[in-house]
Design a protein around this ligand. Sequence first.
Ligand code: FPP
Length: 259
Amino acid sequence: MQSTCDSKYTSAKPLHVAIIMDGNGRWALNKGLPREAGHHAGVATLRKVVEAAPHLGITTLTVYAFSVDNWTRPAGEVSVLMSIFKRYLETEVSRLVRSGVALTVIGRRDRLSNGLVTLIGEAEAASAAGRQLSLRIAIDYSGRESILAAVAAALACQPGPLTRDQLSQLLAEKPGAPDVDLLIRTSGEQRLSDFLLWESAYAELLFTSQLWPDFTAADLEAALSDYRSRDRRFGGLTPPQPVSLMTTNPCISAWGSKP
Ligand code: FPP
């Protein structure tokens, strides 16, 4: 992957890819395994995707590991997931540091165990100098809560009108992270599930029926190739339309002639 992709992609503009890693449970059940086996397999997929990302031109990768609503899952599954996050932080950080990956965890921390919060802090500090990839793992995350918190912060410091840029800066997870360019969801579900709602305003969406444990680096490369073939207009027109075309609209001509 590295040799073929590096030269093709390194000159491309910075790219933020977000992934909703869905389908672990179904993957395991399809194989007659307990759901937790699917989550373990999901870790292996995450490792491969993180390894491949910088070579595909991805500069920021945000993955959805646990939403604020995932607390409603059976206690046993929540506990397995929390152990998996801990183990990941304990075992992966040295590999991430070697690969120049800066890890941050976004989302609430007040409901996580002290042990997990300590590991998160240590992992963030140890990998902070990484420049190849910013890996953001969303744990106990909600896009709507993130927006609410930013609005509350804005109201506390500035009673007047708020701009989009200002609110962007107030999102706790946002500083340093660009808006999402491509959002991928595996497992055939086609919804955002409260993930990066503000940051994905103009994201390209890609839904694949593959279950997360089956997703590969080659699939990520194919997703990026699809993304790069799309025409991102951000509400505008490409190529820019000649002015004469616009002024053939009588309303626009009339407005244009106003003093
Ligand atoms: C969704 O699958 C997946 C999750 C809720 C957990 C995601 C966690 C991992 C991929 C483990 C690795 C993550 C880290 C950060 C080490 P699901 O359980 O909803 O699957 P289903 O829809 O088939 O039931």
